[in-house]
Design a binder for this molecule. Structure first.
Ligand code: UDP
Ligand code: MG
Length: 314
């Protein structure tokens, strides 16, 4: 019987500083795992030496394959490409900076062999993250799971094992704005969860600042839930009902006590309140309209400039 094959998927953007440590770490683990494997690296338009180092690595090791983008398309696009190129019986996305401990792959494969189609890796401690990042991550999962029908497991990143079945379903999800944490959960199937301590980055810098993360969170939520605009309906009904009662009361009061001119304060409160709500929901609708716009343009998710190491049989 041929050995089962695992594809390790690695998005890389300006990771020249970690490449030298990354491949030996993965190799050491995979050698122990008794599987056939390949490593699919996506160079996400790096401006440093990443592509050159990857090309050299691919020349030395037939298991390493490189897909180079024509420019930076973002981590989600890089991950999508890696999945498209993956040919293993299972795939494991992993960050290049070794924040996801490769040793966990052994346990993932063991659970996979027990019959689980998805093996999640959950961060038990986020000591390596700042207090603000930890807090906002917790809130994100809470809000997301409350608003969306799809439940995503807390503190499970992209590092996970997915069976071929799952990958094939993922490849049928063609949306352009890709929130991978959500998409990864969408196919379902039997899942197991392992726990691990998130490490510090070995070298280099994080590519995500708070503004990027905030936008990422917003697009993740709007990609998986229309509840935010639906709230507008209830709020609209509530405010209208209040306005109606208020109107009845004013008319009755005018009939009984006559015209009463002062009322500037209450008028301002109502006008400003309604204006605020209207603007808020117009913005929210705009967000969804914008998303429709991006989807109907139907541009490709990424553009490949170069493929390296794909002829070898590994
Ligand atoms: N990454 C990418 N494209 C980008 C940004 C990041 O492919 O535009 C990759 C990056 O090289 C790394 C992974 O995504 O392998 C995670 O990035 P990072 O470590 O900066 O994120 P953090 O761990 O700080 O959340
Ligand atoms: Mg990292």
């Amino acid at each position: 019987m041929p050995k089962q094959k695992i594809s390790i998927l690695v998005p890389m953007y300006n990771e020249a500083a970690v490449i030298a440590a990354f491949f030996p770490a993965i190799r050491a683990v995979m050698e122990k795992a008794d599987v056939d494997y390949n490593i699919i690296c996506v160079d996400d338009g790096s401006t440093d030496d990443t592509l050159r180092l990857l090309t050299e690595a691919a020349e030395d090791d037939p298991r390493i394959r490189v897909v180079a983008f024509s420019r930076n398309f973002g981590k989600e696009a890089a991950m999508t490409a890696a999945l498209d190129y993956a040919d293993g019986d299972a795939a494991i996305p992993i960050d290049a900076d070794l924040q996801d401990p490769p040793e966990l792959i052994i346990d993932m494969i063991a659970r996979w062999r027990e019959g689980y189609d998805v093996v999640n890796a959950k961060r038990v401690s986020r000591q390596s993250d700042t207090v603000v990042k930890r807090g906002s991550a917790n809130n994100f999962y809470r809000v997301f799971n409350r608003l969306s029908d799809l439940q995503i497991p807390e503190n499970v990143g992209d590092f996970r094992l997915m069976d071929r079945k799952v990958i094939d379903v993922l490849k049928r999800l063609h949306e352009k704005d890709r929130f991978m944490k959500g998409l990864f959960c969408w196919p379902g199937f039997e899942s197991a969860t392992l726990e691990f301590e998130r490490q510090e980055r070995t070298a280099g810098d994080t590519k995500f600042n708070y503004w990027k993360l905030w936008n990422f969170a917003l697009s993740g939520i709007t990609a998986f839930s229309t509840l935010p605009i639906r709230i507008g309906i209830y709020l609209g009904v509530g405010v209208s009902a209040f306005a109606f009662c208020f109107g009845v009361w004013i008319i009755a009061k005018t009939i009984v006590t006559g015209v009463d001119v002062p009322g500037y304060a209450s008028l301002m409160v109502v006008v400003l309140f309604l204006g605020g709500i209207q603007l808020f929901f117009m913005g929210l609708m705009g967000e969804y309209v914008g998303r429709i716009y991006m989807e109907v343009k139907d541009r490709p998710i990424y553009v490949v400039a170069q493929e390296i190491g794909f002829d070898e049989k590994h």
